[in-house]
Design a binder for this molecule. Sequence first.
Ligand code: SAM
Ligand code: DTB
Ligand code: SF4
Length: 329
Amino acid sequence: MANTTRHDWSINEINALFALPFNDLLFQAHTVHRQHHNPNEVQISSLLSIKTGACPEDCGYCSQSAHHHTQIEKERLLPLDEVLERARAAQQKGASRFCMGAAWRNPTDKNLEKVIEMVSGVKALGMETCVTLGMLTKDQSVKLKQAGLDYYNHNLDTSPEFYGNVITTRTFQDRLDTLTHVRDCGINVCSGGILGMGETPRDRSSLMQQLANLPQHPESVPINMLVRIEGTPLQDSAGLDNFDFIRSIAVARILMPTSQVRLSAGRHEMNDEMQAMCFFAGANSIFYGEKLLTTGNCETDHDHALFARLGITPAAYEHSDFHAKACSG
Ligand code: SAM
Ligand code: DTB
Ligand code: SF4
């Protein structure tokens, strides 16, 4: 069972995986991981917020929603040269993929043209490109594909059942529609969710079911631990037990054996042992760099040291500084 790629998972099957004894679940997940991936390699991407805050959407977790009163500095769309400078710096630090995020419900066609210039510029540096711009039409997806975009990030965020507790300004179906447009035009899909928003265990199974039963698994599956942000409706969320977070990584690995499972937001709050468990459970990519979009991330030197302690090397970027440092300790 662990060895086949399926798109017909039932909720009971997924609940049963979550209910396994921890060691049995991790053993199964790690076995699948080894069948499809180098267990000692982790892909690293760096993030940049290219347009920050004043977002018309009301996502309950987000610092950038105009509906909430948070402490962030709003910023218009960054100029091309600044974005390229940041990409170059990320590349020099060892990131192989540069992911640009904008606080939009959807891009206007005019803004999309500007993002397309950024995608072309970052690609010309020799990096993989990813953008996350909100909802996309079919035509906009085609334009991004033509510009050479490698990945589009658009998360389902949570289960369809819990979704309305978190976001009211766009529907779960809207998200699925954007994923269809992106998939249909041949861009790699990056889609996952956030855990620790007060969802039930069944919601976590249901989110995993939605992702795994897409017609094609997302090439990249970010699993975010909620970053609780003051001024958002979820600022006092109870969070999630670390073992349940690791279980979720393991279940994602089993359901989507060939995908990259990304240990995403929340890494900053995790100690080294927790991160190591996540890598063992099947996480094989991270966001690298001292900032995510608006919140802090792990120090890069700390990441180098952790990789060295675990014997992990960054994937597909053999000559990066990160690789050299991680290998030399
Ligand atoms: N505005 C676009 C959109 O929502 O599609 C792109 C940017 S949005 C910030 C990208 C993703 O970041 C969200 O879908 C969510 O999964 C994740 N995210 C945002 N704020 C977060 C938080 N406080 N904790 C964890 N993940 C978060
Ligand atoms: C994803 O799933 N996580 C990233 C990325 N995709 C764009 C964003 C995390 C944001 C965390 C909160 C912040 O920094 O604003
Ligand atoms: Fe806007 Fe994206 Fe934040 Fe939602 S997650 S409020 S769409 S920036």
